[in-house]
Design a protein around this ligand. Structure first.
Ligand code: ZN
Length: 328
């Protein structure tokens, strides 16, 4: 009799965990579907034991869009929690948020428990600290008044203050999990600010400001020994490759040169070890636009052309150095 009871309970607990995951997925769909309404596609939804993330193709530019996209997730949990709570209240006559009041020897209690799970998810996600939805909601509302950068800085500060509160409260009340959540929030708070600052720099800097106008041109028939020479002596790590007519036909990324040195295959010519991908950007495009093109084409270096005249190149390291300089 006891073992029967245990096996159905094991199934019920398993079912409860699956239901929880399902609710987290619905929460993420809340974000993804709202983002779609504003023309932003979702790359994928990642689930982990500590929750889910809907990875959007880009962050919304408008604070109000961010507000709606972010709040949609917790609202899904509020709706599920309230509906299950109300229905179960009618069926059983009980409603409670406290785990202690649930009697898990009764099958129906597992269904009733879906309500507090969702309401807890709702409240937890509304904690106004990054990377929780609450942090983004706070940021988007502040951004309406003071702009995104300042709003992110302020929201990070609120998150950090809260995190310290959680850590201290957790230590004094021997609630290890609360302290750990605090620690996690504290570490993540600054990251969001850094990312926002970088995104701002990229959208306000033009290719012409950081392009390399001095660069070495290599042809398909050039030997790798010359490329390696330029790599070490000129400090150039990414190269464009030109065909016999002088047209760009591909690129050589840093990793190819390093592999060639490592594998001692320096007798090769450029065309034997090059990528046939290439892209052209305009000097008047922003770095954010240029990075998007580089990602789409799968190149770490692009040609910069002004009225079809090649005036320079832009590579991954130029951009990284510039960001480092601007953020340090
Ligand atoms: Zn969310």
């Amino acid at each position: 009799m006891t073992s029967d009871l245990k096996s159905w309970q094991a199934c019920a607990y398993g079912g409860l965990i699956l239901t929880m995951f399902f609710c987290v997925v619905l929460h993420e769909f809340g974000h993804a579907l709202t983002a779609k309404r504003f023309g932003i596609q979702t790359k994928d939804i990642i689930l982990s034991p500590i929750g889910g993330v809907a990875r959007l193709h880009k962050m919304p530019d408008q604070p109000l869009h961010e507000f709606y996209i972010t709040i949609a997730g917790p609202l899904v949990n509020l709706v599920i929690g309230s509906l299950v709570g109300i229905i179960m209240y009618y069926v059983t006559g009980h409603f409670s948020l406290s785990v202690d009041t649930y009697n898990f020897n009764e099958p129906l209690e597992f269904v009733r428990f879906i309500a507090p799970i969702n309401l807890t998810l709702f409240m937890f996600n509304l904690i106004p600290a990054f990377p929780m939805d609450g942090g983004r909601i706070l940021r988007s509302l502040l951004a309406l008044k003071i702009g995104k950068i300042k709003a992110t800085k302020l929201a990070s500060l609120v998150g950090k203050t809260l995190a310290v509160g959680f850590i201290v409260f957790g230590i004094f009340n021997q609630q290890v999990i609360l302290s750990l959540i605090g620690l996690f929030i504290f570490m993540m708070a600054g990251k969001e600010y850094d990312q926002t600052k970088i995104a701002d720099i990229l959208s306000k800097t033009y290719v012409k400001e950081i392009l390399r106008s001095h660069f070495t041109r290599f042809h398909t028939s050039d030997p790798y020994t010359r490329i390696i020479e330029a790599y070490y002596q000129q400090g150039e790590h990414y190269f464009l490759v030109f065909d016999s007519l002088g047209k760009i036909c591909g690129n050589i990324p840093k990793s190819f040169i390093k592999d060639t040195i490592k594998n001692q295959t320096t007798e090769k010519t450029a065309d034997q070890m090059m990528s046939d991908k290439y892209a052209v950007v305009s000097p008047n495009q922003t770095l954010a636009e240029a990075i998007q093109i580089m990602r789409n084409q799968g190149c770490s270096i692009v040609a910069v052309e002004d009225n079809e005249i090649l005036i320079g190149v832009l590579d991954k390291e130029n951009i990284e150095d510039y960001i480092q300089l601007k953020t340090s």
